[in-house]
Design a protein around this ligand. Structure first.
Ligand SMILES: [Zn+2]
Length: 342
């Protein structure tokens, strides 16, 4: 019986060494160690041996079983390693292939047009001054000659905050007061760019958030002629040297007199088209001489100082310049639109 065990061990191990696949290994396991395997049969037959032989044969059989199991594990490990080396070899990944380049970003069209406007006005001696987007009712309305009962307040639909008297500015004009109070009694020449907010329906012509650029010049002899000169120069620098500009009478509570500034239509050259509604002119700004009461609110004596102010929408200007038909493109973040201005 012991001899038989020894023989079985030798045969099993030499067979095992010849195996080259996991399938063959499994077949080997079933043949020797499975429920009907050769070694299992030997172990089962121990019960029929005379009692005095059983312990010795039993011990030996268990030793053989352990040896076979150990050899099996070892062989399985070796085969697995061989398999993974083969897979690595076959499925080699070429990490030297260059990745897809990530392109650099670019400035948003609103930022681009703002920077063009800054460049033109700073050349004329204006500084760029940023003022808060969250404003007081006093600065946004009252000190600009728009008291609570004033009918002009109907012109603005406002985002009010939960704090009484605090709102999102509806225009950049409250910046005029901040600039005046900052520099009074010195002369001021500044443009005040920034975001404004209006609680109104979004359409192709109106957004609830948009940029404005306010302009302000205050000094001892500032006249309407200066406003005309500054604005004509601006229009020609931005849209071409042969642009014509006209002033139309208008009304704003914080300027007196007030004007709308038009430029001859760059699309049709003044002949009349859909963009200029067949008038040959497009409106590019609202402006005027700073109202004496607003000057006083800013700290200046209107008997000594005068000034002009204007406000314009850079998105509207970009729309004109690039013939964009819908203001909603600016902030809907569609890359197909934005990429055209990269
Ligand atoms: Zn036109």
């Amino acid at each position: 019986m012991l001899e038989q065990l020894d023989q079985l061990k030798e045969t099993a191990l030499s067979e095992l060494r010849e195996l080259s696949s996991m399938e063959a290994l499994n077949r080997w396991r079933v043949a020797y160690l499975g429920r009907k395997g050769s070694l299992t049969n030997v172990l089962r037959s121990i019960g029929q041996l005379p009692a005095e032989e059983r312990p010795l044969v039993g011990q030996e059989a268990n030793r053989v079983k352990l040896a076979l199991e150990e050899a099996l594990d070892e062989m399985a490990g070796a085969l697995k390693r061989e398999e993974s080396v083969r897979l690595l070899e076959e499925e080699r990944l070429d990490v030297t292939l260059p990745g897809r380049p990530v392109g650099p970003g670019w400035l948003h069209l609103s930022t681009q047009i703002l920077r063009e406007i800054y460049a033109i006005f700073t050349e004329m001696g204006f500084q760029v001054l940023e003022t808060p987007e969250v404003e007081s009712d006093i600065n946004n309305f009252q000190l600009l000659n728009i008291p609570p009962y004033h009918p002009a307040r109907d012109m603005w639909s406002t985002f009010y905050t939960t704090r009484e008297g605090v709102l999102l500015r509806t225009h950049t004009s409250p910046g005029q007061l901040r600039a005046m109070r900052m520099y009074c009694p010195e002369p001021v020449r500044a443009i005040l760019p920034g975001k404004c907010y209006r609680y109104e329906a979004v359409t192709a012509r109106a957004e609830f958030m948009f940029y404005q650029v306010e302009g302000l010049a205050i000094g001892r002899h500032v006249t309407m002629g200066d406003l005309k000169g500054v604005f004509t120069n601006f229009a020609r620098k931005l849209f071409g040297a042969d642009r014509r500009v006209r002033f139309r009478c208008s009304y704003f509570p914080f300027t007196e007199p007030s004007a709308e500034i038009d430029m001859d239509c760059i699309i049709c050259g003044g002949k009349g088209c859909r963009v200029c509604k067949h008038t040959g002119w497009v409106e590019i700004s609202g402006a005027g001489m700073v109202h004496p009461q607003v000057l006083r609110n800013g700290g200046y004596d209107p008997e000594v100082y005068t000034g002009f102010a204007f406000g314009m929408g850079p998105e509207r200007i970009a729309m004109l310049k690039h013939r964009i038909e819908d203001i909603r493109y600016f902030f809907s973040n569609d890359l197909r639109f934005l990429r055209q201005f990269a």
